[in-house]
Design a protein around this ligand. Structure first.
Ligand code: HEC
Length: 155
């Protein structure tokens, strides 16, 4: 219901623009969210790419162990501020982010922090070359991603 309402809002803005009613500011706001959403989905895919590459080595045995630090370093960069990728109102137009994110922001930030801590722990283990710890740290990381997706990402 709410989404329909939002669609109508977007349509009214477009209509107002077509009529030259000076809705430029609102239209700009929609564009801004669209770019933000594209950007955060790109960052999330990059996070997913590094996690997937790490799994291919540690879980499936691909012969790229020397590269593990590249992947955890990138995860360190990319997960530094996940909440910043979700400015208020960016649950429209084309996104899997649920509006519950902004209704339960503290919980969302807490889950982002869990992922951040799991990345730091994994990165530290890789830097120390403590291979026995890789599987458990990696599993912790995966579970932290899942926890947020379960609550805040549309299936
Ligand atoms: C605090 C919440 C949160 C955490 C933590 C989180 N994600 Fe996400 N992720 C999201 C949300 C919300 C979306 C949907 C974004 C959208 O569609 O705008 C998403 C989308 C994605 C996508 C799909 C991107 C696309 O192409 O649309 C991938 C892949 C992904 N996340 C991987 C991960 C991985 C891997 C981790 C853990 C290392 C992770 N995420 C941690 C909330 C989170």
């Amino acid at each position: 219901m709410k989404r329909t309402f939002r669609f109508l809002t977007a349509a009214s803005v477009a209509g107002a623009l077509a009529l030259g009613l000076g809705a430029v500011h609102s239209v700009h706001a929609f564009d801004e969210h669209e770019a933000t959403i594209d950007y955060r989905q790109g960052v999330m895919r990059a996070i997913g790419g590094n996690v997937g590459a790490f799994a291919a080595v540690v879980v499936d045995g691909a012969d790229f162990r020397d590269n593990l630090k590249i992947h955890t370093s990138q995860l360190m960069e990319l997960t530094e501020d996940i909440p910043a990728l979700f400015p208020e109102g960016s649950d429209f137009p084309d996104t899997d982010a649920k509006e519950e994110i902004w209704e339960d922001w503290d919980r969302f930030v807490e889950l982002a922090n869990d992922t951040r801590e799991a990345v730091e722990a994994l990165h530290a283990t890789v830097e120390a070359g403590d291979e026995d710890e890789y599987p458990i740290r990696f599993r912790n990381l995966g579970q932290s991603c899942q926890a947020c997706h379960d609550d805040f990402r549309r299936d």
